[in-house]
Design a binder for this molecule. Structure first.
Ligand code: HPA
Length: 262
């Protein structure tokens, strides 16, 4: 059904746009639009600023499938429902996934407005999208999560950011269920575990992508310092304001990365 709506377009790169980062979709040329709600078995997005549609067309010289908004566990979705669009994109031929979000910075050497390329993750959602799939129904059930965040894609992203003078960090991302922000005690614990950033998305998508062999680039915008770091108390208003301020560099960086890897 979705394939028919793409009118002959053959996307190879999937992009998930996180909170406040949806404007990249406006740069997609020759685009077609499919709202999540029109796709059988797919949940609608209820999160603020998540438009909740696929945008398919040209970006950086490549045919891409953009999710303008995503599904979260905190909206009441199961991990499989969150991962469903990733499996859908796999069926459409997507080989590379760029997943993005706004995140709280736990690492004190990071600053609000920095981008952070994910080197690895800690899945603290308590869920896993592969649970309950029939053994080897989609792909082999037990699969490695080593180098889940593709080292080659990471180095492309880093060198482009450096060349363009865009502040970028690298670090371990911790994903949790939400929707409450974390307590200062939790953030201290996550830091001692080796986490550099924290938010409420991405990990289910990356597990689903790796399950079917899609290579992944994960990138956060540090929209705030995590709770208790430098006295911070995160709010969604701050998250959206910082995303708005960093929108230009975000769009530039992702488009240049696609130009290089597409
Ligand atoms: N915590 C969890 N999720 C987030 C944060 C945060 O500090 N910032 C943006 N999303």
């Amino acid at each position: 059904m979705l394939e028919a709506r793409l009118d002959g377009r053959n996307p190879t790169i999937g992009i998930v746009l996180g909170s406040g980062l949806g404007s990249l979709a406006e740069h997609v040329e020759n685009a077609c639009y499919v709202p999540f709600g029109e796709i059988p078995h797919m949940k609608r997005s209820t999160a603020t600023s998540h438009v909740g549609r696929f945008v398919c067309g040209e970006l950086g010289g490549t045919c891409v499938m953009v999710m303008q908004g995503r599904l979260h566990g905190y909206e009441g979705n199961t991990a499989q429902e969150v991962a469903f669009p990733i499996w859908l994109m796999h069926k459409l031929g997507i080989e590379t996934l760029i997943t993005t979000n706004a995140a709280g910075a736990i690492n004190e050497s990071f600053a609000v407005g920095d981008f952070c390329i994910m080197t690895d993750h800690i899945n603290f959602t308590g869920q896993n999208p592969i649970v309950g799939t029939e053994p080897d129904e989609i792909a082999f059930r037990f699969f490695s999560m080593k180098d889940a965040y593709d080292p080659d894609l990471r180095s492309v992203a880093l060198s482009i950011a450096e060349r363009e003078g865009i502040r970028v960090q690298e670090g371990v991302y911790l994903g949790l269920l939400g929707p409450s922000f974390e307590t200062p005690a939790e953030i201290k614990m996550f830091r001692s575990w080796g986490a550099d950033t924290v938010a409420m998305s991405v990990v289910e998508e990356v597990i689903a992508a790796r399950h079917v062999g899609i290579r992944v680039l994960g990138m956060s915008l540090c929209s705030n310092m995590a709770c208790g770091i430098e006295g911070a108390s995160p709010s969604d208003i701050e998250v959206f304001e910082v995303a708005r301020q960093r929108e230009y560099d975000f769009c530039r960086l992702i488009t240049l990365i696609i130009r290089e890897i597409g």
